[in-house]
Design a protein around this ligand. Structure first.
Ligand SMILES: Cc1cc2nc3c(=O)[nH]c(=O)nc-3n(C[C@H](O)[C@H](O)[C@H](O)COP(=O)(O)OP(=O)(O)OC[C@H]3O[C@@H](n4cnc5c(N)ncnc54)[C@H](O)[C@@H]3O)c2cc1C
Ligand code: SF4
Length: 333
């Protein structure tokens, strides 16, 4: 049986010093932070993760949501997903984030899950979660079982010959469309990472999923001031209406004047190896009349580089329809 030491530091510096002793902050880390535990404890039960030390961060003072003077929102790392989704400022100004969170998991899980934990949740690829199967993400160099196996749920954008795992988060797709910034405190000091740079493509090193190094603690996430008059929608398509991960999803934040799109931010979920912001779709719509024909053209642009696997070719058309419908719903909203 796997054993581990459990620690509950009283301040961030102590937590960082302990975690900085880990060999890596990525797959196989020997020291891990513990937040809500809904990803980590699951993976420890499966022996996919086997840390020798767990650093419980739940007592650190990162559980607040604060409006930033002058605009914007500061979201603490241990804010629970439920509290974030139901916060009045989020519902008022960042509706796409509230919708995305509430479309995920279940009420009980959202009550435990935290902002930082959600940013770092792991793929649901079945081979990653099964230690009897080869998986480059879990054990580099062993091969990818999904490319020749069951890949219906997996990614069509950002894949490599070494891994095609989908990033499963709904929250992160909304954060990508909102252009959030992730704030990290670590042995090298503090730094701010735009969400687009936070998650890594699998490339040759699918075991490395983010820019985090040993000891790096996410302290909070910030959102820029809301765009006045923008319409926001998160649309998630899945095999059943609740308690299911996305086959395809779209987060859109769109502004229009005189019938033309003046500003749009678009991100896709369920199809990418990371939360998938689409500059191609945004460029296709900028300045154009806000109508269904142009929404469809934007969707075509977003999926132009999609690479289907043996079982998930249907996701290309599904994602296009998802994005077209999300844009239409937002524009009519
Ligand atoms: C049955 C089930 C269904 C789900 N369905 C969905 C869904 O439909 N959509 C969706 O988006 N999600 C879904 N989830 C995932 C869920 O949202 C995540 O498990 C959750 O957000 C993780 O947060 P946590 O606080 O529990 O993380 P933990 O499990 O505590 O931690 C996750 C990882 O983050 C690290 N970590 C945590 N906090 C920090 C920090 N501050 N700094 C650095 N590292 C940190 C931990 O070390 C660990 O590696 C589902 C989960 C389950 C179990
Ligand atoms: S897709 Fe990635 S996570 Fe899934 S088996 Fe292949 S390497 Fe592992």
């Amino acid at each position: 049986m796997h054993t581990f030491e459990f620690m509950r530091p009283q301040n961030a510096a102590a937590a960082i010093t302990t975690a900085a002793q880990a060999k890596t902050a990525q797959q196989g880390a020997d020291v891990k932070f513990l937040a809500g535990g809904t990803t980590l404890i699951d993976l420890m039960k499966l022996e996919v993760e086997t840390p020798s030390r767990l650093v419980d961060i739940n007592r650190l003072p990162f559980d607040k949501i604060e409006e930033i003077p002058g605009g914007g929102l500061k979201i603490g790392a241990t804010v629970r997903n439920s509290d974030l989704a139901h916060h009045p400022a989020v519902q008022r100004n960042y509706a796409v984030l509230s919708q995305a969170i509430l479309s995920g998991a279940s009420g009980q899980i959202r009550n435990m899950a935290t902002t930082a934990g959600n940013l770092l949740q792991r793929t649901r690829c079945m081979y990653f979660r099964d230690t009897a199967m080869p998986c480059n993400k879990r054990e580099p160099g062993t091969g990818c079982s999904a490319i020749i196996g069951s890949n219906r749920m997996l990614a069509i954008l950002g894949t490599s010959e070494h891994c095609i795992a989908t990033n499963p988060s709904d929250m992160c797709v909304a954060l990508a469309a909102l252009e959030a910034t992730i704030h990290v405190q670590g042995p090298r000091g503090v730094r701010a990472v735009p969400i687009g740079d936070f998650h890594l493509l699998p490339g040759n090193t699918p075991n490395r999923e983010t820019v985090l190094d040993p000891g790096d603690l996410i302290t909070h996430v910030t959102l820029p001031p809301p765009v006045a008059g923008s319409k926001q929608v998160y649309l998630k398509l899945r095999d059943r209406a609740s308690y299911e991960f996305a086959l395809a999803s779209a987060a859109v934040v769109i502004s229009a004047a005189g019938g033309n799109v003046t500003r749009v931010r678009i991100a896709l979920g369920g199809v990418g190896t990371k939360p998938w912001r689409s500059p191609e779709a945004e460029a296709a719509l900028a300045g154009k009349p806000a109508n269904v024909a142009n929404f469809r053209k934007a969707a075509e642009a977003a999926l132009r580089n999609a690479k289907p696997q043996t079982e998930n070719g249907f996701k290309i058309e599904l994602a296009k329809r998802c994005l077209t419908h999300a844009l239409q719903t937002a524009a009519n909203g």
